[in-house]
Design a protein around this ligand. Structure first.
Ligand SMILES: Cc1cc2nc3c(=O)[nH]c(=O)nc-3n(C[C@H](O)[C@H](O)[C@H](O)COP(=O)(O)OP(=O)(O)OC[C@H]3O[C@@H](n4cnc5c(N)ncnc54)[C@H](O)[C@@H]3O)c2cc1C
Length: 408
């Protein structure tokens, strides 16, 4: 039977677009990417945009390095800048526990060849004039860490994929994934049109399980709330391109952005969302914004040691969105055993900006039967056995994996 496409990708966020790019680069045939909204408009437009290189899990470092490589390749392919800002990062330790974490990170960075140096209080103050240097016991500076506008990066993957022949259709919702005799056949659009392909990649982010449910497949993640606050502009105090910080003792990160300070805080009990209540657009979803001050009240005292006047800083913006969390805080990439031809790339665990290029590469390699560049078992969709992502109990397991997050 004639197929309309060789591969259909559902979802035009970072993970779908990165997969499309990686497949097209490998000449994977006739590829269609569909998004029910505009491309790069959902979770991928809400990130804090940190591209933290050093990770304690080695495979994650490989995935992040691939994103950095993709950025260079795409800039050269498109002959335009994706505006990577190499501002560096500073990880700060002020307790025994966080010192151990910092040492592990330092060791991982050295092993992987990521430039890093311990810096003293004076140098920290020089790099971050707003910080109370007395609160800093040990600081690890990684000058090649960067941030990037996540929507721009996502559009970059999409444009590069299109240049390499991928067909992109936005505002084109998939209603169902078509299967027959345990084999994928294509998708049916909300318009009723059926589009055929022997391979379908579910990269629908927070919505991925809604498409899997009729197939009796449960992907092991749930969307949990990630959020950050942005102070009003004070360009003298928070100049652009100062290093971003990771402060595990305060469960916080900061990044300066056009003269304001982005403050990311992680609560001790992270909020999960029932998948069946998701709206088609995140703009219409209430991430329990009313709780933003309660969370700030819980978390800000931990940061006060480093940012003394946090109670008086005017907050100009608040951003919240979903991160798809998995109980072991590792991504979900690869084939879905129950149906031949069905693949997924999701479960971003708050790291799709940093690791998206690598996640897309692994997904592409597994679809094409190439030797994977990292151990795929770590990310297998099947590794938890059967799960019910619609159950409150499973959603709580995912939220627990995100609660008290300390890293970058
Ligand atoms: C507040 C916040 C801060 C973050 N900070 C960072 C950070 O600093 N660093 C980092 O690495 N990561 C960060 N992240 C995580 C990052 O944003 C995500 O990992 C990434 O955006 C996930 O991309 P995605 O493609 O899975 O999801 P999305 O961007 O949501 O894309 C999924 C797409 O699927 C489409 N879709 C869904 N259902 C259908 C359907 N039925 N038919 C067609 N299309 C469909 C949707 O329209 C959507 O465009 C942050 C996230 C949040 C919320």
């Amino acid at each position: 039977m004639k197929q309309d496409y060789d591969i259909i990708i559902i979802g035009g966020g970072l993970l779908g677009c990165a997969t499309a790019y990686q497949l097209a680069k490998r000449h994977a045939g006739n590829i269609l990417l569909l998004d029910g909204n505009e491309i790069a408009s959902q979770a991928s437009a809400r990130a804090a945009c940190l591209l933290t290189r050093a990770r304690i899990k080695p495979a994650l470092m490989e995935l992040v390095q691939e994103t950095y490589d993709c950025i260079e390749e795409i800039e050269s392919l498109l002959d335009e800048s994706l505006e990577l800002q190499m501002c560096g990062s500073i990880t700060i330790a002020s307790s025994e526990a966080s010192l151990k974490g910092l040492e592990a990170l330092e060791e991982a960075a050295c092993r992987f060849g990521i430039p890093n140096e311990r810096i003293g209080k004076e140098r920290v103050k020089e790099l971050l004039p707003w910080i109370e240097e007395e609160a800093v016991d040990v600081a690890l500076y990684m000058p090649t860490d960067a941030f990037i506008d996540s929507a721009l990066l996502c559009s970059g993957y999409a444009k590069a994929a299109r240049k390499l022949g991928v067909t992109l259709r936005s505002n084109c919702k998939v209603k169902e994934i078509l299967v027959e005799d345990a084999e994928v056949k294509g998708v049916r659009l909300a318009t009723g049109e059926a589009v055929t392909a022997p391979v379908v990649v579910n990269a629908a982010g927070s919505w991925a399980n809604l498409l899997m449910r009729p197939l009796k497949v449960g992907l092991p993640f749930t969307p949990v709330r990630s959020h950050f606050w942005i102070t009003s502009i004070d360009a003298t105090r928070f100049p652009a391109n100062h290093p971003f910080t990771i402060i595990p003792d305060a469960r916080a990160f900061t990044r300066s952005d056009v003269g304001g300070l982005i403050i990311g805080l992680r609560e001790s009990q992270c909020q999960a969302f029932d998948l069946s209540t998701l709206t088609e657009k995140l703009e219409d979803f209430d991430f329990n914004k009313a709780a933003k001050w309660t969370v700030l009240d819980e978390c800000a005292p931990l940061l006060k040691k480093y940012l003394k006047d946090i109670d008086d800083l005017p907050i100009a913006h608040y951003m919240s969105g979903p991160s798809c969390y998995v109980p072991d805080a590792k991504f979900i990439i690869g084939p879905v055993a129950r149906y031949k031809g069905l693949h997924t790339v999701t479960g971003c665990c708050g790291g799709g900006v940093a690791a998206g290029g690598g996640m897309g590469r692994l997904a592409a390699e597994l679809i094409l039967g190439e030797t994977p560049f990292v151990n795929p078992e770590l990310f297998s969709p099947e590794r938890f056995g059967e799960v019910d992502p619609f159950s409150a109990e499973f959603q709580q397991r995912c939220a627990d994996a995100r609660s008290n997050k300390k890293g970058g």
